[in-house]
Design a protein around this ligand. Structure first.
Ligand SMILES: *[C@@H]1O[C@H](CO)[C@@H](O)[C@H](O)[C@H]1NC(C)=O
Ligand SMILES: *[C@@H]1O[C@H](CO)[C@@H](O)[C@H](O)[C@H]1NC(C)=O
Ligand SMILES: *[C@@H]1O[C@H](CO)[C@@H](O)[C@H](O)[C@H]1NC(C)=O
Length: 279
């Protein structure tokens, strides 16, 4: 340090701090494995020789949170070790092969990633009657929502639901659980030990609250070993909408405006969905 003139030392220090904060922002980035996925500010990336698309989790200085997961090969898929894989999206024609434009196609299970369940998912009669995702109520999917933290040592039982003391009148709740802490949606291998609603928890919610939108942070609202009874309890009335696989990391607990928009897939009991929270 003695040999370094002061201005040079300060410059080195400034650089070190810059790199440190860059590194810090990179580690808090949701998808460190995607090249260019770090939240890049255009003004920093800049320049024609350095074309890097911005990828953000938060917009407008913390006002808008994207709570949707990206569709990419390592996204976990129900009961699979392999994740989504790289073949769900492909170029059907491309500029490099002489076409005037690039055109991709995709093939995707409708329960992949952040998605919504319609009543037809667990009720055959509702499926046949046409209660598909196109019939879901956009009013339920859009409006004030509470993001709450659930005790981390239990699945969501009636007792847990009771302890959360969610006031009557609250119609949309996003439940953040141990799944978020364990970053399960960022792990390619499906993990059946995720936290979800036990049957008595689902029934308690149906009978004792006004909640019509239930949001959860892994691929199913129901705990793995209660998959059928919990879904049946939620979907029976055809009034409750389940939004699953939400990305609730780094969003403060509290009240938000929620916007969730499914695709109008006629005849489908689920759809990928884009959801965001607005302060
Ligand atoms: C167009 O397709 C080429 C492959 O032929 C690919 O390298 C390029 O990234 C594509 N461009 C866009 C905008 O997707
Ligand atoms: C371009 O065409 C070749 C030959 O038909 C094919 O093997 C390749 O996959 C195509 N690539 C793209 C990006 O479309
Ligand atoms: C939640 O239930 C699953 C079974 O569905 C179990 O594997 C897991 O350990 C439970 N989690 C907690 C925190 O009790």
């Amino acid at each position: 340090m003695d040999s370094l003139p002061l201005p040079a030392f300060l410059y080195a220090l400034a650089l070190a701090i810059t790199f440190q904060s860059l590194a810090a922002s990179a580690t808090t980035t949701a998808y460190p494995s995607i090249p260019g996925a770090a939240s890049v500010d255009c003004s920093v990336a800049g320049g024609d020789s350095n074309l890097i698309p911005p990828r953000r989790e938060v917009y407008d200085n913390g006002r808008i949170f994207d709570i949707t997961h990206r569709y990419f090969p390592d996204l976990p898929v129900w009961d699979s070790k392999d994740g989504l894989g790289r073949h769900f999206l492909w170029l059907e024609y491309s500029i490099k092969n002489g076409s005037s434009a690039n055109g991709s196609a995709m093939m995707l299970g409708v329960h992949t990633g952040t998605h919504v369940d319609a009543p037809g998912h667990f009720y055959d009669s509702y499926f046949d009657a046409g209660f598909d995702v196109d019939s879901l109520d956009l009013e339920v999917l859009n409006g004030y929502a509470l993001l709450v933290d659930v005790p981390r040592d239990k699945n969501i039982t009636a007792e847990v639901m009771k302890s959360l003391e969610i006031p009557r009148g609250v119609r949309r709740v996003l439940f953040r659980t141990l799944n978020t802490d364990r970053r399960l949606m960022f792990k390619k291998e499906f993990d059946s030990s995720f936290v979800g609603f036990k049957e008595d928890g689902a029934k308690w919610l149906v009978e004792n609250t006004d909640i019509k939108l239930v949001g959860v942070d892994y691929l199913s609202a129901a705990a793995y070993d209660h998959s059928v009874p919990s879904h049946l309890a939620f979907l029976e009335s055809r009034e409750i909408i389940l939004v699953e696989g939400l990305k609730l990391d780094n969003v403060p607990e509290g009240l938000y405006m929620l916007n969730c928009l499914p695709l109008r897939l006629v005849g489908s009991e689920a759809s990928p969905i884009r959801c965001m929270l607005i302060r």
